[in-house]
Structures are given as C-alpha cells and as structure tokens.
Design a protein around this ligand. Structure first.
Ligand code: 5GP
Ligand code: ZN
Length: 133
C-alpha cells in the first residue's frame, strides 16, 4: 500500500471521474482542469517517470494514451496538447507517471515559452554533452 493519490484513484479508494480504463491504464478528469475535458492518463503500476517503466509496459501504456487521444478527437473534435512533467522544476507535483491530455478551445494559457536562436557554439556544446561518451 502506498499514499500516492493516483494509486488510490486506481484502487478506487478515492473517487475520480473515470473516462477510460483498461488492463494497464486509467484515464480520469483532472481535478483542476486547464480546459474542459483535461484528462490524466496514468499507468496502473506506480512509477515516477517513464524512464522507470519497463519498455513493454510503457508500450502498453502508450497504446492507452493513444486511445484517450482518439476519444478527444472523435468526441470533442478539438486540438489538444499532451504534456508530461518530469521532476519538480518541470512542474511534476504527483510522483506517479501521468500524461495530461488538454483539449484546446483557444483561451488556454499554456506554454508561454521564451526562446532564442540557437547559436553554433551552443549547439556544438550541447551535442557534445548529449552524444558524448
Ligand atoms: P503535475 O503537476 O504533477 O504534472 O500534475 C498533477 C495533476 O494532478 C494536476 O493537474 C492536478 O490538478 C491533478 N490532481 C492532483 N490531485 C488530484 C486528485 O486527487 N484527483 C484528480 N482527478 N486530479 C488530481
Ligand atoms: Zn502511484
């Protein structure tokens, strides 16, 4: 037993508006939605990050994410963002893997990014780090 709120939702100890459920995953409405139909898709087994999940299980889970995305497309006919936060600096509050599927109606304040043109120096440096041994 653990205290994870999403595990409690999966075990049906805490109520949630469940949109979709299968062997590997549950999808339910976010309690504080960015937009109407904001859904969280969670694997039934507790993992903190996708990098913790066995590859086969991740594949099963991603098939569930795709099914929920299709629900948004067919039932809401909306564009949507799929967002996954990993770690506190990235905004992860619940340490159980969850994919946000956020329908877009046009008014949502989401992803206000500050960007700059990538310089050659930056690119070479970061590639060294990412690809280096
Ligand atoms: P994170 O910031 O970790 O990516 O997102 C966690 C999400 O879980 C938030 O959007 C938050 O509103 C949602 N959430 C937190 N607690 C509950 C809960 O008890 N029930 C539901 N349905 N959603 C929750
Ligand atoms: Zn959990």
């Amino acid at each position: 037993m653990n205290d994870c709120i999403f595990c409690k939702i999966i075990r049906k100890e805490v109520p949630a508006y469940i949109v979709y459920e299968d062997e590997h995953s549950v999808a339910f409405l976010d309690i504080n939605p960015i937009s109407l139909g904001h859904i969280l898709v969670v694997p039934k087994k507790h993992y903190e990050r996708i990098t913790d999940m066995p590859e086969d299980y991740l594949k099963e889970f991603m098939a569930s994410v795709q099914k929920v995305a299709k629900i948004i497309e067919t039932k809401l006919s909306r564009d949507y963002n799929i967002v996954v936060n990993h770690g506190s600096k990235a905004g992860q509050i619940i340490n159980h893997v969850h994919f946000h599927i956020i329908p877009r109606y046009g008014q949502e304040q989401l992803f206000i990014w500050t960007t700059h043109k990538l310089t050659e120096e930056e690119a070479e440096k970061i590639l060294d780090t990412l690809k280096g041994v």
